[in-house]
Design a protein around this ligand. Sequence first.
Ligand code: PMP
Length: 443
Amino acid sequence: TQTAAPAGTQRSAHLFARARAVTPGGVNSPVRAFDAVGGTPRFIASARGAWLTDVDGTAYVDLIGSWGPMLLGHAHPEVQAAVAEAVARGTSYGTPTVPEVELAEEIVSRAPIEAIRFVSSGTEATMSAIRLARGFTGRDLVVKFAGCYHGHVDALLASAGSGLATFAEPGNASPSTPGVPASATELTLVLPYNDRTAVEAAFAEHGDRIACLITEAAPGNMGVVPPAPGFNAFLAETCARHGALFVSDEVMTGFRASRLGQWGLDGAVEGWRPDLMTFGKVMGGGFPAAAFGGRADVMAALSPQGPVYQAGTLSGNPVATTAGLTTLRLATEEVYTYLHQVGDVVKAGAAEALAAAGVPHTIQSTGTMFSVFFTGEAVTDFAGAQRQDLPAYAAFFHAMLDRGIHLPPSAYEAWFLSAAHDDRAVQTILDALPAAAEAAARA
Ligand code: PMP
């Protein structure tokens, strides 16, 4: 059965029907299907700067930014040119190349890591970082936080359920999806975010068995939940005290929250560094590229230098690393200053519109990253994020979409701006907000 598509979405609706016939849910990543907000996903035909254009010819101001990568906006001329030149030289050789060395040097010079290995997705980066941490320490347990997403790694698709006030015992971190055997998550401890007591208790009990603690440097996958002041430093210190590795997942925050990622906002100021880090999104410039890196002695355990195996046919792909390198070189301090400015304008506009309509909301930021929660209370962990009014968000989302703004189709996501969000794009957002807030109030 097919519901009538709104005016001007016929081609998207038709493509969605075709897609559903050959692909589960019609999409290649679940949230694209609009399951959380209802309706027909827009099939995008092209994008430039801050704008997406769908197959029905409708233009939208893009606040998804490919879920993070498009820091400079779409089809940036210099990135396009560098990619075109790279493509002209051939697209993959399965041998070492120049751009992967240059991108490695660029990231090693910016991030508090000594060595790096490229992969093709954030999932591979966190999966490999955990394998390396286990191989290096000779320990098996992994600690993660509820509401943090590290890709679809079996061992990390675990949540502690609703018992968030007490730390999890090994064995009671149940898989959050069928297909992940309990044996894959029984070595994972899931703790509530921002909860020092839970971390201390978990390490007191199991410290000598913990290979690593992995956390989003600042969670962005339950909406933006900044670490409490000193929380990351506390995690780094706790791990060090127990001989566990501190793995900071900067797939989303890296080169986004600031030029130096979330680490630039806390570690660089407070004087600590993670043992391992993971990167993705911005560093691939819109291509499949991601990485993990860290301490030289830990990275030396990686194959072929050391015994821990890890590999990839397209890892360090010359087109993807060229796109990433060009993007990072263009991501100057001015870009982040601008992202702060437009972010402040959009946040103020959203706050004003939602307040005027009487919609409970909380806007949270870390560096240039922010999200709007549809709850009146500050969100410090996943339980707080889950107290959002999801129907209100769905109404808000569709009212914005109808007015030419494409928000993420989920209330649990950051709103991604880019350096290409100019006055016209921002004004389009501001103009749409009051009516969208009214729609949320009526939901
Ligand atoms: N870690 C974080 C913090 C992420 O935000 C994501 C993706 N949203 C991932 C890992 C997984 O990356 P990918 O989707 O490229 O596998």
